[in-house]
Design a protein around this ligand. Structure first.
Ligand code: ATP
Length: 338
């Protein structure tokens, strides 16, 4: 703890509220469009997916949240019919992903993690190309409008920013008018503004009745977009529910962030997070007594509503990486993942 004088500085207390969770919206239907039971994926000796099971319901945004290597992409690609499972039962839109893979592919849309389109083609030309691959005849202007790319219809792909490229990727994933859309880490590497614009696109798709399966390692993203979240850790589902229910169960009450408190010896139990320390106060009584005790340290205090980050900390004992290093430019691929 830093030296405290007889007249400590007044602690500054700031209150922060969490982003509005998608769980506050109207519930989706209970028709399961994805059914997974006992799914296992083994790579040699590594069990990347370790016997998971879950349902995704029509019309919902379902998020797989977890750190790098948790098994998100592996699961996603098994659902998309791109990877073979080792064991388990996986049905997408009522179809078996192995025996009926062609039928599944016709009815889903995929934005793969390393999406790339044709550099020298315009947005409209890229869309037309992928639509032709699906023998689909979508209204290209409508598709471009859905992702707010009307003004870029005739811009070559190579001239677009990262955020605009991802939005074209979403439009390409929609050329066959899919019922179910997979977005694998759609905002990784995007700046905060582009990320929020991408969130608006996701919300727009949900409003049109699409079911969305999203993988992300951004807790804020899962909290802002998802009706339900599965927290994946080391190939297993650690918890699955609405963001609000997860917070109620695993991180009720309030969280106090003690600014610069990581190295201080504090009068209450705290967990370090970067430079700061996190104090969890499940009840209002515990909150006020912790605030009184912490105020004497003279450190800045911030009271905030717990988030999925606190849930993740509770379940795994580790903080989830928030800003991964930007991915290197993916090699150009001349195919769509599904
Ligand atoms: P990220 O956020 O980094 O994409 P993830 O949660 O999507 O991570 P996966 O890509 O599914 O995780 O990987 C899960 C584990 O399986 C990791 O340890 C990864 O190294 C390993 N893995 C993935 N693909 C293969 C493969 N083709 N062969 C061997 N191991 C693999």
């Amino acid at each position: 703890m830093p030296e405290t004088s007889a007249q400590p500085r007044r602690a500054t207390i700031r209150s922060v509220t969490s982003p509005r969770s998608a769980a506050q919206r109207a519930p989706a239907s209970r028709e399961a469009v994805i059914q997974v039971r006992g799914l296992v994926k083994q790579y040699g000796t590594l069990r990347a997916v370790d016997g998971i099971g879950f349902d995704v319901f029509r019309g919902e945004v379902f998020a797989f949240l977890g750190p790098n290597g948790a098994g998100k992409t592996t699961t996603c690609e098994i659902l998309e019919t791109l990877r073979a499972k080792t064991a388990g039962d996986v049905r997408v839109l009522g179809l078996d992903v192995k025996r009926e893979s062609d039928a599944v592919r016709k009815r889903i849309g995929v934005l793969p993690q390393d999406f790339n389109a044709f550099d020298r083609l315009t947005c409209r030309e890229n869309l037309a190309y992928f639509a032709a691959m699906f023998h689909a005849r979508p209204d290209l202007d409508e598709l471009l409008g859905l992702v707010s790319l009307q003004g870029k219809a005739d811009a070559r792909y190579e001239t677009l920013s990262g955020g605009l490229k991802q939005r074209l990727g979403v439009a390409i994933a929609l050329v066959n008018d899919p019922e179910l859309v997979f977005l694998d880490e759609p905002t990784t590497g995007l700046d905060p503004r582009a990320r929020r614009e991408a969130w608006d696109v996701v919300r727009g798709l949900r409003a049109r009745g699409k079911t969305l399966f999203l993988t992300t390692h951004y807790m804020e993203e899962a909290q802002a977009l998802a009706d339900r979240v599965a927290i994946l850790n080391q190939g297993r589902i650690a918890a699955l529910d609405t963001p609000d229910a997860l917070i109620q169960r695993y991180a009720p009450g309030q969280t106090i962030v003690v600014k610069g408190g990581a190295q201080a010896s504090l009068p209450v139990k705290a967990e370090p997070k970067g430079q700061d320390a996190i104090v969890h106060a499940p009840t209002s009584k515990e909150l006020s007594s912790a605030l009184v005790a912490l105020a004497r340290t003279g450190l800045g205090l911030e009271v905030r509503t717990p988030t999925l980050e606190d849930v993740f900390l509770h379940l795994t004992g580790q903080a989830l990486e928030q800003e991964p290093a930007p991915k290197p430019e993916a090699p150009k691929r001349r195919r769509r993942a599904a």
